[in-house]
Design a protein around this ligand. Sequence first.
Ligand SMILES: NC(=O)c1ccc[n+]([C@@H]2O[C@H](COP(=O)([O-])OP(=O)(O)OC[C@H]3O[C@@H](n4cnc5c(N)ncnc54)[C@H](O)[C@@H]3O)[C@@H](O)[C@H]2O)c1
Length: 317
Amino acid sequence: MSIIIVTGISGYIGGQVAVKLKDQGRQVIGVDTRPLPAHLEGKFDWFEQCDFDSDAFDKLMMEGKPDAIIHCAGTSLVGPSVTDPQLYYNNNVLNTVRLLDKIKDKFFWKPKIIFSSSASTYGNPIMVPCQEIDPAEPISPYGQSKLFIEWALAAYHRAYGIEYVAFRFFNACSADPQVRHGQEPNATHIIARVLESIRDNSDFLIYGNDYETEDGTCVRDYIHVDDIADAHARAIDVAVTSGVYNLGTKTGASNLEIVRLAEKVTGQRVNLSVGGKREGDPAMLTADPGKFVQVTGWAPKYNLEDMITHAWKWYTK
Ligand SMILES: NC(=O)c1ccc[n+]([C@@H]2O[C@H](COP(=O)([O-])OP(=O)(O)OC[C@H]3O[C@@H](n4cnc5c(N)ncnc54)[C@H](O)[C@@H]3O)[C@@H](O)[C@H]2O)c1
């Protein structure tokens, strides 16, 4: 039985990964600067409310000797990272480099690191679906912070033999299929926004309908959070070559498709209005996950209708 430490376990993705790892019979230790949400209390073997850059975390590491660190903790909003980048460089970059230093200098074994990177490392992609060999030119401090960590992981792997997998998630969405975990209220994600607008009978705004896409609205690659969790479990077990891996479905869905599917799943109408485009929003952003699929046999299990159905169950629980 493997022992895994999950940083950012109180968050959306860390929580779901941890639930999946427990389902698989592993020992899960979690840390987060926030308390565990009530619905996750008592589900893991140990939870410590602490920074991953702290003595308390180091103590847990030394006592637990985990086989892997699932590193989901981070500060992760694109817009705020532009107006206030300090936290992104400190919490994401500097703290993670210090964690790597400790693995090199302080801990006497080298756990594998599974790091939550992001599609934002691509910036405005030259073509879609994005492949890992495409240029990474992030346009926000958030994306830059993720790319810098990828570089640090690659350098520490080369120089000190630390094994890692950096997942570039595209749009993580939905909720645990058994409705045990999901996004917090008021998440900025489109599926969250549209479903909450249906539940609360409020308006839902689409940003722009004159993009060069089939129906004029932005196209994004949505991936079920439980498929992301499954990929993490495989990255622990399979001898994946250290490096960067996309996690997406390769197929995109437009904003309007999501609205129509949300109406189908819920049986209710969306109070839709259309606003102006947001600066820096590319028309299409999709990912080719082929590199990870080839090595591990992972494949997304859930389609968009499943994603909206599970999310709706979560929002109406
Ligand atoms: N949700 C997405 O669509 C998406 C897409 C791409 C990448 N990511 C990345 O995946 C990771 C998880 O995303 P999420 O959606 O679950 O975010 P989240 O905000 O729900 O969870 C992040 C958690 O990390 C914790 N945290 C932050 N700094 C910490 C620190 N120094 N020590 C301990 N805990 C700390 C926060 O309290 C929070 O609970 C993030 O790094 C994010 O950048 C998310």
